[in-house]
Design a protein around this ligand. Structure first.
Ligand SMILES: [Zn+2]
Length: 449
């Protein structure tokens, strides 16, 4: 029998503050594949760490020559070692909830594959996320500047302006850094019509980007902790101008020089985000993938000079900075302009996340914490991550109730805050939805779909 707390957690729509969802047309173009649905997400990194080779993972996900059982067979041993991790738990949830598979095996997978349609039906992405995962809306980082209304759910799929490449100070391009790309101002010119020749024109181009995309954006986002340290320092115009000049002249720049320009651009992003009433989300803590994480880069405590320097900017620190999650509690307790996002954390380490919630609750104000983001590309994976978040969040709050630290009514209120109210207080949801409707010429009464 479900407790009142469980029922409330299951019934309350979650504001999903972070995904990298594939676009509707990409999902409709692909032939549904049970192995990709279950394993093309974070779990593939655990499989590699457990001993599967990259070739085995790639063949399992993408081989056109082998049947489903044959593709899975080389992964089976690594899967058995991985199934209890947070990523593994989510894979089990996808298998069970969407494909009726209790225990993953070649036979069960082959049977499930036979039942899949030739194509996912139109609107499948929205249906899974809204109706099955019970999400209120989804905030998507698609690694680029443009934040145009998404025709497949204009008020449901909301987008972040990517500030990644500016913060990385490495190259100013339209989207995600691609291998072999070199420093170029061309994409910025294409978007803004401003030819960047110096720091003044770079500043002007940044302002133009915000004027163009901020009205329909939900936030600004940067995950440059994958490329450089999170440590930020104030940089003068002179310092930054010298590095920009070198970059424009095509000269190689040192890591420190890239950080100089990156810090300067990051600071301008902080100012513009505050001016346009957009929270600024930062990746902190653990890396996706495997075999590349330098822990010295990722601790959130290194952000202190930035948090203190820009008190008017609303900073959203993502992923609870695991494994530096105690630092995040201290930052949330100390800085009024810090919010903390559980996105992806439940699947990185569910038990640490559960304990984090309890430690946070007794240290920092509870109106600064967001419950969930799946941080993934496929809707069924996002739905499984949401199931996982609900499960472990219930465990944490039930433990608080059992220890008589919270009454059940207080636990229900915490759920309302973490699922809904805190996000609505930090992000201008009503405002952005109204501007999107206005842009599309839709009357104000329309609902999410
Ligand atoms: Zn992400």
């Amino acid at each position: 029998m479900l407790t009142d707390l469980q029922r409330h957690i299951e019934a309350t729509p979650l504001c999903d503050t972070h995904e990298h969802l594939r676009k509707e047309h990409e999902i409709l173009a692909e032939k549904p594949d049970v192995l990709r649905e279950i394993f093309e997400n974070y779990v593939s990194a655990d499989l590699r760490v457990a001993g599967a080779t990259q070739a085995q993972v790639d063949a399992a996900l993408w081989s056109k020559d082998l049947d489903v059982a044959a593709r899975f067979a080389p992964l089976e041993e690594a899967w058995r070692a991985t199934r209890f991790t947070g990523y593994g738990e989510a894979s089990r949830y996808i298998a069970k909830r969407f494909f009726g598979i209790e225990e993953l095996s070649g036979r069960a997978l082959a049977k499930a594959q036979e039942l899949l349609p030739e194509r996912w039906p139109e609107g499948d992405r929205m249906r899974v996320l809204r109706d099955e995962a019970r999400l209120d809306h989804v905030q998507v980082d698609d690694f680029c500047w443009p934040c145009q209304p998404d025709a497949s759910g204009p008020e449901f799929f909301l987008y972040d302006i990517s500030w990644l490449n500016f913060c990385a100070g490495d190259l100013v391009s339209k989207g995600l850094l691609r291998e072999g790309e070199s420093f170029s101002m061309r994409p910025l010119f294409d978007e803004t019509g401003v030819e960047v020749k110096d720091l003044g024109s770079l500043r002007e181009a940044m302002e133009k980007l915000f004027e163009k995309y901020a009205p329909c954006a939900i936030a600004v986002k940067a995950q440059h902790a994958y490329m450089r340290t999170l440590a930020w320092r104030e940089r003068s115009d002179e310092e930054a101008a010298a590095v920009l000049e070198a970059a424009l002249a095509g000269r190689e720049r040192s890591e420190e020089e890239k950080n100089v320009l990156g810090d300067w651009c990051w600071a301008r992003g902080a100012e513009l985000a505050a001016k346009h009433n957009l929270p600024f989300k930062l990746h902190t803590g653990y890396y996706a993938g495997h075999s590349r994480m330098p822990v010295s880069r990722i601790a959130a405590g290194q952000l202190c000079p930035l948090l203190a320097r820009y008190p008017e900017t609303r900073w959203v620190l993502m992923h609870i900075a695991y494994p530096y999650d105690d630092e995040i509690v201290a930052l949330a307790k100390h800085y009024p302009n810090v919010w903390v996002d559980f996105c992806w954390a439940w699947s990185i380490n569910p038990l640490a996340s559960m304990n984090f919630l309890r430690r946070y609750l007794h240290a920092a104000p509870i109106n600064k914490l967001f419950a969930f983001g799946g941080d993934t590309g496929r809707p069924r994976a996002a739905a499984a991550y949401a199931m996982q978040a609900r499960k472990w969040l219930n465990k944490a709050l039930q433990a608080e109730v059992d220890d008589r630290e919270l009454s059940e009514a207080q636990a229900l209120e915490v759920v309302d805050r973490l699922f809904q109210r805190n996000a609505r207080a930090c992000f201008d949801l009503d405002g952005v939805r109204a501007r999107i409707r206005e842009r599309l010429g839709v009357p104000p009464s329309s609902n999410n779909s």
